[in-house]
Design a binder for this molecule. Structure first.
Ligand SMILES: NC(=O)c1ccc[n+]([C@@H]2O[C@H](COP(=O)([O-])OP(=O)(O)OC[C@H]3O[C@@H](n4cnc5c(N)ncnc54)[C@H](OP(=O)(O)O)[C@@H]3O)[C@@H](O)[C@H]2O)c1
Length: 403
């Protein structure tokens, strides 16, 4: 069933039921106050029982949904449950829903979208990718008039902040991580940022918007920055490169390529100039033109900006964001080929790795190799095997052909 967006009254100030009052929840409240919004107001906030200490705060979802002033529900709790259950309850209560929850939409987007369509209300998630950058909104707009060929960029601000700090201050990985946590960029458990799974969630979600396909999680090679050491950064800088955590998906004659990995960029590449916790999110159109958006990829206020964008779309009756009738697909990286930098110890014996090497440097106990151009899936799998012996670091090397 098509979304019946007529359920939203456009000529009144719409009340928001806010689930979660953390970084983004408070950001939305501040943004609505700062802009003196005459379009939206926060009618009710769901908080934990011990924290529901204001007259507009409630501690159970039913009270929030039964409030006649709540027209749209904004979910910024994070996590899978109870966020999924609460969103289903909101949609079944015929409330449109806006969420910033990339993990949830990745895993349960189809179920939630079907529920939204069955109830004739919209489900939107622009803030799930790019924080404050209007990336998904742009992809939706662009694909109306051109076939998007490729998408990608630096989609995780925390790892970018760490890489930039390590490059500029020559500091250790652990010090960069501590600084990211102190500044509130990285969470207490930073695994999603440093293992690349946050970028994976974001590129996969961008992929379904751009290509109308969910690419199977397991088929997307995903490497983060967790194995990087300060010495690697110095070596990479001496080669004249900048390292960034890169995510991409693109059409090829064999289907869709998709991967997440650290990559080395030349100084003139746009990615190399992305500093601090910024993101770059680009797309390539049917004329092979690459267009990029750069900005704050996280933070309460920027992310609230994307939520407000979705609220406006709902008020203007634009509908949901997931395509109708999309299919699932396995990524095919056989034509995603570029050289790699691999650091191992002198003690690691691998004839296969040796055979792949084009250039080799020995620095103390470390060996740095640059490989022949390799298929992405193959090299990710090889490194996983070699890691049974030692914590190898590797990064793709960006070439003009891979962009
Ligand atoms: N932060 C960003 O820059 C950013 C950017 C883009 C997208 N997002 C997404 O936005 C969502 C929220 O992120 P955030 O950074 O705002 O997280 P956060 O600061 O941890 O805030 C989450 C809030 O939800 C509350 N909460 C969690 N479970 C609850 C429950 N069962 N009942 C009531 N309250 C509950 C938490 O309360 P307690 O403090 O009591 O646990 C906290 O106030 C996530 O999905 C995240 O991926 C965040």
């Amino acid at each position: 069933m098509k979304t019946d967006v007529s359920k939203i009254e456009t000529n009144k100030r719409l009340g928001i039921g806010l689930l979660g009052y953390g970084t983004v929840g408070k950001g939305l409240e501040t943004l609505l106050e700062a802009t003196a919004s005459d379009a939206f107001f926060i009618a009710k906030i769901l908080r934990r029982a011990t924290k529901a200490n204001r007259h507009d705060m409630v501690e159970d979802i039913e009270s929030l949904l039964q409030d006649p002033n709540v027209d749209i529900v904004v979910e910024v709790l994070g996590g899978i449950e109870p966020a999924r259950t609460y969103i289903l309850a909101a949609l079944n209560a015929k409330k449109a829903v806006v969420t910033a929850n990339k993990a949830l939409i990745n895993r349960h987007g189809d179920e939630l979208d079907a529920c939204a369509k069955a109830n004739g209300v919209a489900l939107r998630f622009s803030a799930a990718v790019g924080g404050g950058i209007p990336y998904l909104a742009t992809l939706l707009e662009v694909k109306r008039h051109t076939q998007i060929q490729a998408i990608g960029g630096i989609l995780n601000g925390t790892s970018n902040f760490m890489l930039d700090k390590m490059e500029r201050e020559q500091c250790a990985f652990e010090e960069a991580l501590r600084a990211a946590q102190q500044l509130g960029y990285a969470e207490a458990d930073p695994s999603a940022d440093i293992l690349g799974t946050d970028s994976l969630n974001k590129i996969r979600l961008s992929g379904v918007v751009a290509f109308d396909r969910w690419i199977e999680f397991e088929s997307i090679p995903c490497e983060g920055i967790a194995y990087l050491q300060a010495e690697d950064i110095q070596f990479i800088q001496n080669l004249g490169y900048h390292i960034r955590l890169f995510a991409t998906m693109c059409r090829s004659e064999d289907g869709i390529q998709a991967y997440v990995e650290p990559q080395l960029f030349n100084v003139e590449d746009a990615e190399a100039s992305i500093l601090a916790n910024h993101n770059i999110a680009w797309f390539v159109d049917s004329m092979n033109e690459r267009q990029a958006l750069i900005g704050q990829g996280a933070g309460g206020l920027p992310t609230a900006g994307n939520i407000l964008r979705d609220l406006m779309q709902i008020k203007e009756k634009t509908g949901g964001m997931l395509p109708e009738g999309h299919t699932k697909l396995v990524a095919n990286n056989t034509k995603a080929i570029h050289p790699y930098l691999i650091r191992s110890s002198k003690t690691l014996k691998s004839g296969y790795l040796e055979a792949l090497s084009e250039v080799k440097w020995i620095q103390g106990n470390r060996i740095y190799r640059i490989t022949k151009a390799m298929d992405v899936s193959r090299i990710h799998a090889l490194v996983q095997t070699l890691r049974a012996t030692e914590p190898i670091f590797f990064a793709g090397i960006q070439t003009k052909e891979t962009l």
